[in-house]
Design a protein around this ligand. Structure first.
Ligand SMILES: Nc1ncnc2c1ncn2[C@@H]1O[C@H](COP(=O)(O)OP(=O)(O)O)[C@@H](O)[C@H]1O
Ligand SMILES: [Mg+2]
Length: 291
């Protein structure tokens, strides 16, 4: 009797509630003969070593427990395959990677990182303050130029919480939609567009919708080129199981990288017309068999 190969899809309490792709991925993998199980990354009674592979999916909320999360990724990587790999997760959970992308010539949102003790220099015009380790627009806010004191208070609060702050000009053309280009196994799969998240000025609100007005998007050649350049600039030789490149238009109309998501992006598989789910299933199956 052959025993089905076991693959864990790592999620979280939030993911179990909101990740609409997760049950579809589990069902598609089971149809393929894979013993797919969704498991919260912080479950204390699950033996990850019994899995042929662990696929990080909706481990949302990890930013509040970042060291513990990285320790979990390392512990899993020590006993089985994990996608994306531990070193990719470590590199990609800290947005200081944007600096590396910029150094490699990839257009990114102009970003100043302000660590605790460093001087705060704010850009001219409207701007954004957010933490270097974050997701879902957590602890992020948009400010008007005259909001200097409010913004400094925000940055001080981020430092007090142990975070490094990021300051960026507010990209007003995000009103035309932030684009999310999804790659599976290194190949472009599908893209989505969403509306601006920081619609109110001068407030941190952690209950904002992460993907307002989500709609399918046909990427331009410039957007596809930018995504390819961003992915080519990631350290290491891996072809990532999945990647999402988020971008918005700068003032001159050319796209700039807002975020490169290699850890737990929402892949919007349910919006990919079936082919995304098939490709994801194929890739997970192949990688689990290959070990
Ligand atoms: N510089 C910016 N200009 C305009 N909007 C921004 C900017 N930075 C962040 N935002 C808004 O905040 C959201 C969250 O920021 P992002 O950098 O994607 O971090 P994360 O998704 O990891 O929380 C974005 O989707 C976007 O709507
Ligand atoms: Mg984002």
């Amino acid at each position: 009797m052959s025993v089905a190969i076991r693959v864990a899809l790592a999620t979280s309490a939030m993911g179990r509630r909101w990740d609409v792709d997760l049950p579809r991925m589990v069902a598609a993998l089971r149809e393929r003969g894979v013993d797919a199980v969704p498991v919260a990354w912080d479950a204390d009674d699950f033996d990850w070593s019994q899995c042929a592979a662990v696929v990080i999916r909706s481990t949302w909320g990890y930013a509040d427990r970042w060291p513990e999360y990285l320790a979990w990724v390392d512990a899993v990587a020590a006993v089985t395959r994990i996608d994306n790999p531990a070193e990719v997760v470590r590199w990609n959970t800290d947005k200081r990677y944007l600096r590396e992308l910029a150094d490699r010539g990839v257009p990114v949102v102009p970003t100043r990182f302000v660590a605790s003790g460093e001087d705060v220099v704010l850009p001219e015009g409207p701007f954004v303050v957010k933490p270097a380790v974050s997701a879902g627009a957590r602890d992020s806010a948009r400010y008007a130029e005259h909001h200097h004191d409010l913004a400094v208070r925000h940055i001080t609060a981020l430092h007090a919480a142990g975070a490094t702050a990021m300051v960026q000009p507010y990209l007003s053309r995000i009103d035309e939609g932030e684009r999310a280009l999804v790659f599976l196994g290194g190949a472009f799969s599908h893209a989505m567009r969403k509306g601006p998240v920081l619609t109110d000025v001068g407030v941190v609100d952690n209950d904002r919708a992460a993907h307002p007005g989500l709609a399918p998007h046909e990427p331009s050649a410039a957007e596809l080129d930018l995504a390819a350049a961003a992915l080519a600039a990631v350290p290491g030789q891996d072809t990532h199981l999945y990647a999402r490149v988020d971008m918005a238009l700068g003032d001159d109309g050319s796209p700039v990288v807002m975020e490169l998501e290699l850890v737990e992006p929402n892949l919007f598989i349910t919006h990919s017309g079936g082919h995304g789910l098939r490709r994801f299933t194929d890739l997970v199956h192949q990688r689990a068999v290959a070990g």
